[in-house]
Ligand binder design. Structure first.
Ligand code: NAG
Ligand code: NAG
Ligand code: NAG
Ligand code: NAG
Ligand code: NAG
Ligand code: NAG
Ligand code: NAG
Ligand code: NAG
Ligand code: NAG
Ligand code: NAG
Ligand code: NAG
Ligand code: NAG
Length: 461
């Protein structure tokens, strides 16, 4: 089939499928063209009808260019230049503008006026005029760039007077201009600089005195400046995932300034061997993410009483949960111990966790259903999937059976060893369901369980 037919089909489709250009949209973006082996479609809201299966490969490149208005938001994909404005958006009908893919050169007066949120994702930008954001200078609240090839903070941000959120991620920023940072620091509340080629802690951040939330994840920082937050008034969230941190002393000193404000702390995917001591002094901390570290031990005196969520996922040096692992009258509601090497949980370890709703023990090295569970009375979710050493002996321990049966609704998932049957079935009420009743062949007997226990103890001691 020839290109001509594609053109015809495209044109028809455009005519039929074009969303009735919402009165509010200030752009005119329509058309679909074939040039050489490339088919470019604009503003389709469905695929054109297939009139050839393209067996001979005459069309090799297919690109959809589209701008969609929904409510106050305009999303443009694959543009190879800014479309012509048909309205300057004076009444602010479009507040959110997003560009996804494509190639842009942003000159002055090319964007609609009065924007609040501006986002560039996966776009290649040849230039941004220093006046480009003038027409939204007082309205722009949030600015994002992700996977954009642009080596610096745009000068155009110097004209913006009330930006509260900035989100730059997956960019190679080599030029951090002090003048722009100073301007931004006066108004920003939320800062995301993820994977932007920072190679040490950015000293300029201490002048962002109003920030509530800072995310510097995925940069090779290694350490925090000791006075990083000395001027910051109200830091509530700090994300430092995958930043090559390992020095607890450094963290203890630097985070001392925020112990009375911090609510969320994420220091996952780093090299900590112990929970940094400063954490125990944080009076508002509610969520702590320590997953993917090298934590060897949890001790109750490092866990603040009011902490609600603790994530220790994939700390492969963690083997034991002891009686003193959690503080008395702990507020923990969600605890993730998945993918650790935990093989034993002491009987009284969970006694302080009267508020625990969700417990993740999946992919651990437990070799029995821990009796410690019988101390938990408010669970809603218990995950024990993928535990390849989990034996379910017969007869069952009455305490476990009683405990499980006291629950009306508990989402319990996981299987006994060799995936013979589910833990739910093992602990079930009905005598016909439980593999431990009658002459079930599936059950693993007590002597085998004891044998495994013995082996594990010898092996681990
Ligand atoms: C913009 O929105 C205002 C109020 O929401 C409305 O009165 C006006 O007609 C809209 N303008 C256009 C061009 O649709
Ligand atoms: C939008 O573009 C199409 C095709 O290029 C044209 O026919 C139409 O008049 C334009 N509409 C406006 C409002 O400019
Ligand atoms: C702008 O983005 C923020 C978060 O990115 C969102 O909460 C807000 O609703 C957006 N503003 C508008 C007007 O849609
Ligand atoms: C961007 O567009 C402006 C105005 O249209 C032009 O003067 C400038 O040369 C362009 N820059 C690039 C890098 O293409
Ligand atoms: C943009 O704003 C700056 C500062 O107010 C001003 O100096 C400049 O002339 C403006 N540019 C345009 C094109 O309006
Ligand atoms: C920042 O941008 C990234 C990539 O677009 C997105 O996944 C993330 O949710 C954004 N974060 C905030 C706080 O807006
Ligand atoms: C970032 O850009 C600099 C200078 O252009 C270059 O030397 C460096 O390799 C780049 N880094 C990455 C991660 O692309
Ligand atoms: C600190 O910021 C939070 C928002 O993150 C806000 O709810 C709280 O009121 C602020 N506290 C003070 C003392 O300003
Ligand atoms: C850890 O940080 C402290 C305080 O910043 C510093 O004195 C010490 O030398 C650091 N230790 C290592 C091994 O880097
Ligand atoms: C275990 O459960 C947690 C919580 O749902 C989940 O994040 C994690 O991916 C699971 N672990 C594995 C190895 O599937
Ligand atoms: C098990 O049986 C007891 C009484 O026989 C009942 O109260 C309880 O709800 C049952 N539990 C389940 C999980 O069926
Ligand atoms: C239908 C049609 O135009 N087919 C052409 C596809 O491309 C090959 C090679 O370029 C031509 O030989 C066919 O005529």
């Amino acid at each position: 089939m020839t290109s001509a037919v594609w053109i015809l089909v495209c044109s028809v489709s455009v005519a039929v499928l074009l969303s009735p250009a919402a009165a509010v949209c200030p752009y005119n973006v329509t058309s679909c063209t074939c040039t050489g082996r490339s088919l470019v479609c604009r503003n389709l809201d469905g695929l054109p009808t297939l009139v050839s299966d393209n067996k001979d490969g005459n069309i090799t490149d297919l690109t959809f260019i589209s701008c969609t208005c929904t409510g106050r938001s305009l999303v443009c994909r694959n543009l190879d230049g800014l479309p012509t404005l048909v309205s300057d958006n004076k009444d602010g009908n479009i507040t959110d503008l997003t560009f996804i893919s494509g190639k842009l050169n942003i000159s002055s007066n090319s964007l609609p006026t009065n924007l609040q949120n501006l986002t560039f994702s996966d776009v290649s930008i040849t230039s941004i005029s220093p006046d480009a954001f003038n027409s939204s200078a007082t309205t722009l609240k949030s600015f994002s760039m992700s996977k954009v090839k642009y080596p610096e903070l745009p000068d155009a941000l110097l004209q913006v007077t009330s930006l509260t959120q900035i989100n730059l991620s997956d960019m190679n920023i080599t030029n951090w201009k002090p003048q722009i940072l100073q301007t931004l620091g006066k108004t920003l509340r939320s800062v995301v600089f993820q994977n932007v080629s920072l190679t040490s802690w950015p000293e300029w951040l201490q002048d962002f005195t109003l920030v509530n939330s800072v995310d510097l994840s995925r940069n090779n920082l290694e350490a925090i400046s000791v006075d990083a937050f000395s001027k910051v008034k109200n830091l509530t969230s700090l994300y430092l995932r995958s930043t090559d941190f390992y020095n607890e002393t450094n963290v203890n000193i630097a985070l001392h300034e925020v112990i009375n404000t911090l609510q969320i702390l994420d220091i996952s995917t780093n090299g900590f061997a112990f929970i940094p001591e400063v954490i125990s002094t944080m009076t508002k901390l509610a969520k702590l993410n320590l997953s993917d570290n090298l934590i060897q031990e949890i001790s109750g005196n490092r866990i603040p009483l009011q902490l609600r969520e603790l994530d220790l996922y994939r700390n492969i040096n963690l083997q034991l949960i002891k009686d003193n692992s959690f503080p008395n009258s702990s507020s923990l509601e969600v605890l993730n111990l998945g993918a650790t090497r935990i093989y034993n949980i002491s009987y009284l370890a969970f006694e302080p966790l009267e508020h625990l709703r969700e417990l993740y023990l999946n992919f651990t090295d437990l070799f029995g259903i821990p009796l410690a569970l019988t101390k938990l009375n408010n669970l809603q979710v218990l995950k024990m999937e993928g535990i390849h050493s989990l034996v379910c002996p017969c007869p069952r321990d009455d305490r476990l059976v009683k405990w499980y049966q006291s629950y009306k609704t508990l989402q319990l998932t996981g299987n006994c060893i060799h995936d013979k049957f589910t833990i739910q079935r093992y602990l079930a009420n009905s005598t016909t369901q439980s593999p431990c009743s009658g002459n079930s062949r599936a059950a693993v007997n007590v002597s085998f369980y004891l044998f495994v226990t013995l082996l594990m103890s010898i092996f681990l001691l």
